[in-house]
Design a protein around this ligand. Sequence first.
Ligand code: MSP
Length: 654
Amino acid sequence: MSEQNSCKKILITTPIYYVNDVAHIGHAYTTIIADMLARYSRLVGYDTFFLTGTDEHGQKIAQSAEQRGKTPKEYADEVSGKFKALWDDFDISYDKFIRTTDEDHKTGVQKAFKKMLEKGDIYKGNYEGNYCVGCETFFTDAQLNDDGEGCPDCGRPTTVVKEESYFFKLSNYEDKLLELYKNNPDFILPRAKAKEIVNFVSNGLNDLSISRTSFDWGVKLPDNMDDEHVMYVWLDALMNYITALGYGTDEANMDFWPGKVHLVGKDILRFHAIFWPAFLMSLELPLPDHIAAHGWWTRDGEKMSKSKGNVVNPKEIADAYGLDGFRYFMLREVPFGQDGDFSQRALMDRINSDLGNDLGNLLNRIQGMSGKYFDFKVTSKDVVKYHQKELAEVEVILENTEEYIFNMQINRYLEDIWKVLTVANKAIGDYEPWAMMKNGREEEAMALVALITNIMARVSVLLECVMPEKISKIAQSIGITIDNDAYVSLIKNKEIIADTVITKIDALFPRIEAELLVSADVQKAETVVEKPRKESLKEKSTIEEDNIITIDQFFGTTLRIGTIVEAEEVPKSKKLLKLQVDVGEKENRQILAGIKEFYSAKELVGTQACVVANLKPAKLMGMLSEGMLLAAKDDNGLSLIRPEKAKTAGTKIS
Ligand code: MSP
């Protein structure tokens, strides 16, 4: 976080969810990101207000209620209750759950309307144009789809609206908005998304219709000034960000304003990046720091919808795979701002690989080593003496984490934490504590176990906001408490933990062997969407392999160009050569390759090969091998796979 933004009070918000639909993973995604940010903010010591809730007025909700034979309020109570119950079940750490049917919200919105009216920003006129009820959005003829009928956002038919309406003078704010975007390049995140907003505003803004007369499910205008009208649902909804803090009523929490970040999906960025700052300018209130727009989750490349039967139910996924695994997957899988495709296979792979192999296994190793060698007692007194290098490495890797968080580079935040886990796992392989113990170098073995425990402590502090439940178990196992003190001591001041006792706990991320078909919806999706796709692939494709993998699975393998720096024969082995290979890291890798029958050590030195660089280290004839060379073998012998032209050592192959 940059200095100028650092304030002690932080407001983090999700959009308020329409109550015409049950929660799906799209809603869960926004909420999980916001929850992570809120937990992180609290950890680093900010006074944090995390706001979520439901958006309950408007034509769409009125129509949905009518179709079900309910009053809009009955219907809103029911669905809003379901959202709240889901977030409670997910242990979402919100400070307030606002409903736009709350009386104090309605009062606040009316106060805001009055203020804008007094300012001269509202006038009465007649609206004639198109309206998409699904998106609750007005469109001019020119904005409609090419067929001249469909909503440009969702494709559904729009209706022609011709009614008396109050208007907000949005056109007055064109220049001020453009100035805002120019002077605050991080107002819209990711920055790449700002362009489309700037273009939209530069093309000219029409005044915005902010009241409707053809239905009555909405907030009335202030002081009964015009009872025919209810407010436009987006005016009502956006105001939640301040009415939740007491705007227009008790003002109790208005010191949390301006907000730090409004998290939104890309589909509602326009409302937040154009209408909202213009309303705030009109109300003479300061503007939030960031509007951060995430991408959309699809299933098999298609938009999720009830009619397609491919909606993923977050509760069922979390029940089957574990809430924290689901949270981690959502935050790690897709860079913020980009679209992502949900699949159980990808979720399972993340859980098994990142959480089971890297994180869970490291905890197992701490438990195993400390238990076997030191009766679970770990003292950190010699960590600095023996492991200055690794501690410094960890420090450098973690340098940018704070910045990544509020710039919404959450996947980079997690990638860096995983680099730190690699340092720890590698240190165990490099230092071989089992050999130290055999050779009577107990002090060094203890220092190594303490190093790994210290790394795990740092990682735990940073991961608690991502996986609160699992990480609290890790913390308990290594004898630390995660709170602001731990953050200051371990992350800010880079201190070493006190002596500790390790407690053995059950495996945190047991391996998942097969996809867990968890929900009627998901199952339906698999029959409705996946099967026909596979069949049609079969018709067109002549691929004979029966173990087809996805592109993501392929990219799970890191392939790099390696330069063979040294090579020697392994005595007593017919097949093995011991190679030192430069793969662009600080130190060369030792790779044992079964190619002695086909290459002499001498001829290999200085040549290049393709290296599998993220293979789990293995021992061959008692020696560590940290990678594999790609080769092809047929009846004429074996040849290494090499780049056609020399490439820099470490270059990634894709
Ligand atoms: N009520 C408005 C928001 C008002 S905020 C002042 C609204 N509600 S919504 O329920 O339709 O959508 C809420 C959020 O869910 C939006 O940010 C939207 O982008 C997100 N998602 C809905 N479906 C989604 C996916 N399939 N994937 C990711 N997020 C998506 O809009």
